[in-house]
Design a binder for this molecule. Structure first.
Ligand code: PMP
Length: 394
């Protein structure tokens, strides 16, 4: 049996990480994997996470199973963080998941269960796991225009033209903030236009929000999701706590479904619980409990927000430094979009050959589509990257 298995294509980012590790050059720069790093290259445990874990060790009295949908207090706390005070609570069904990826997988399973022929529209480009998981589940994935390579911004007219073709009942993945891999995002007015269009078309938005707090701040980063939640009759939201709480390996996420009516909530909630049971039974709890502890304790929450804000401002500062270093070198604002992008990533717009030249000649490692993890930089490496970009002729 096992000898009949076909080899899987290697994961490009993991291969890039291995190549970086094996590179003996001391000045090498890792802009590959999507993990936040501080100026010294470490991915620290946030102070509030450590404190909440200490508290849990002291006070937790059991580790027996939670409910199939996880601890309801986690769903309450995280849905409030994302959806804000106007959350349509009475139409909300939630289930904790192993990370944002787990939430996306279960959301797609829910779509397939409820509407077997529905297609899933994806931005071009998008996070590669979106098409990969959809293909694995046999869901068709047309794409809508998103990134304008000329300006480094969103091709909003193209996006709206493509989304006008969405069929009733189709689902549309939208990155809640900090678009991965491009860094280019919608304005609140554009979110309103998308919400109105999808409502008119009878399509179901599926928001993937994995970087709340990494872009313009916790509240502004949730604005697009909130606009949709206020407007559309039904939607799905896959939330990840991996980045904004820095608890990647704890696998902490939440799938939220806003049902068209309160009457539809029990059936939706039942479907979410059943999908958890079929896939893994009970979701992981430790990370979820840490998040709940932080969000429901004023002091821990304030400390978490302060540390997250330092992280966000650090990345913004690096963006500005990089854009300025490139402005000095090329004599124009051609790379100004790097400062306008938000989140951990930016698509530089280099060809695969230029990406390869930067790796070969300068030890700069970025993903082949020229996605750069801005958090992989520090003040000392920004000028080196700017030199590499110019030398490669980007
Ligand atoms: N969505 C996007 C766009 C992401 O970039 C990520 C993390 N790479 C995720 C979802 C999910 O991350 P995780 O499963 O680690 O929570």
């Amino acid at each position: 049996m096992l000898t009949d298995l076909k080899p899987q294509a290697p994961d490009k980012i993991l291969a890039l990480m291995a190549a970086f590790r094996d590179d003996p050059r001391p000045g090498k720069i890792d802009l590959g994997v999507g993990v936040y790093k501080d100026a010294s290259g470490r991915t620290p445990i946030m102070r509030a996470v450590k404190a909440a874990e200490r508290q849990l060790v002291e006070t937790q009295e059991t580790k027996t199973y939670t409910g199939l949908a996880g601890d309801p207090a986690f769903a309450d706390a995280l849905s409030a963080l994302i959806l804000g005070p106007d959350a349509p609570r009475d139409r909300l069904a939630c289930a904790a998941q192993p990370g944002g990826t787990g939430a996306i997988r279960q959301g797609l399973e829910l779509i397939r269960m409820a509407a077997p022929g529905a297609r899933l529209w994806l931005s071009n480009p998008t996070w590669p796991n979106h098409p990969a998981i959809a293909a694995y589940l046999g869901i068709e994935t047309p794409s809508y225009r998103y990134f304008d390579a000329e300006t480094g911004g969103v091709d909003f007219d193209g996006m709206m033209a493509d989304l006008a073709e969405v069929a009733p009942g189709d689902a549309v993945i939208l990155h809640g903030c900090c678009h991965n891999p491009t860094g280019a995002n919608l304005t609140p007015d554009q979110w309103r236009d998308v919400a109105a269009l999808l409502t008119r078309r009878g399509a179901v938005p599926f928001v993937d929000i994995a970087y709340q707090g990494f872009g313009d701040g916790l509240e502004p980063d949730a604005e697009g999701t909130r606009i949709l939640a206020r407007t559309v009759p039904e939607m799905l939201i896959a939330a990840s706590c991996s980045k904004n709480f820095g608890i990647y390996r704890e696998r902490t996420g939440l799938l939220m479904a806003i049902a068209p009516s309160t009457d539809a909530v029990p059936v939706t909630q039942g479907a979410l619980a059943m999908l958890n049971r079929m896939n893994f039974s009970f979701p992981p709890d430790h990370g979820a409990r840490v998040v709940t502890t932080i969000l429901t304790d004023d002091a821990l929450r304030a400390d978490w927000e302060a540390e997250l804000e330092e992280v966000r401002l650090g990345m913004l500062g690096l963006r500005e430094q990089l854009a300025a270093a490139l402005r000095d070198r090329v004599g124009s604002d051609r790379f100004g979009f790097l400062a306008a992008h938000r989140g951990m990533f930016s698509r530089l717009g280099a060809t695969p050959e230029q990406v390869e030249a930067m790796r070969r000649d300068h030890g700069v490692y970025m993903v082949g589509d020229s996605r750069m993890n801005i958090a992989g930089l520090n003040s000392a490496t920004v000028p080196l990257l700017a030199d590499a970009i110019v030398a490669a002729g980007v």
